[in-house]
Design a binder for this molecule. Structure first.
Ligand SMILES: O=C(O)CCC(=O)C(=O)O
Length: 262
């Protein structure tokens, strides 16, 4: 990795290690973010329709958003992730996170895969001190405190308790000490150690808060999750991805011989 790239991501790496989160600006350039947002907003309905007809196993959501997909190996983002996860990373999960106008929600604090204690495929407490998952929320509309910027609790990645820990008496629906909302302009990425306690926020505004969550994992983590995220990408769709993005999704490619990982 080039020294100047490493140097440029050092502040993000340090903040992730110490605080458990950071925001990387301009991961999607300003001149294309509107069309990416439009693709994501319109394709969610297509995906839901497809899934109703064919079931969740049939097609991975990333197949529905090719204009978004090309950004997922962003150089500064990957350089940051690789400092924490090691040089070989893969994408474990991709999901639409569009909050409609006037969306109401009581907080629902949790950590993400593989630390989400409400999911079957989680590791048990006390969590090891290693970073084994990074959650990224791609802001396709601006995130503000008025439209549902994600609630986070800085430094909670090193707290051995968990809002969903049965013995921890935290209460995942409660406001928590130190909580704050992550904000940023469209095209930014909220990067979180997946252990960080975080939650949806209400969106009292008149506009959608549009995002996609993409979770990254080290190569050695078992990603056979028995759910929508294990669905495959059709071979012809996979062929259209840039090579550096193929690397992140090759484990989901249908009818394609693995080339990258052998
Ligand atoms: O949409 C958000 O703001 C938060 C999403 C979230 O909590 C998650 O994907 O785990």
């Amino acid at each position: 990795m080039a020294d100047n790239l490493l140097e440029s991501v050092e502040p993000y790496v340090t903040q992730l290690r110490e605080e458990g989160w950071c925001v990387l600006e301009n991961a999607i350039p300003a001149d294309v973010v509107d069309e990416v947002r439009e693709e994501v907003e319109t394709s969610e309905a297509d995906y839901n329709e497809f899934r109703k007809e064919h079931g969740v196993w049939e097609r991975n959501v990333i197949s529905f958003m090719p204009k978004f997909a090309v950004h997922l190996a962003n150089e500064r983002l990957l350089a940051t992730l690789q400092q924490l996860l090691g040089p070989q990373v893969r994408i474990s999960q991709t999901e639409y996170k569009i909050r409609p106008p006037h969306y109401e929600l009581v907080r629902a604090y949790h950590s993400d895969f593989p630390y989400d204690l409400n999911q079957k495929w989680h590791i048990t407490q006390p969590f090891p001190t290693a970073v084994i998952g990074i959650t990224t929320l791609w802001m396709l509309s601006e995130f503000t405190t008025e439209n549902g910027g994600t609630w986070i609790v800085p430094k909670s990645h090193v707290d051995l308790r968990n809002p969903r820990g049965k013995e921890d008496n935290i209460g995942d629906r409660n406001p928590l000490d130190g909580e704050m909302q992550a904000i940023g302009s469209a095209g930014s990425v909220l990067i979180m150690d997946s252990r960080i306690w975080h939650s949806n926020a209400e969106n009292p505004s008149d506009g959608k808060r549009t995002a996609v969550v993409v979770r990254y994992a080290p190569w050695w983590l078992n990603l056979e999750l028995f759910g929508a995220n294990t669905a495959t990408i059709p071979g012809e769709t996979f062929d259209q991805l840039p090579d550096d993005v193929k690397l992140l999704y090759e484990h989901r490619a249908e009818n394609r011989e693995p080339t990258v990982w052998i």
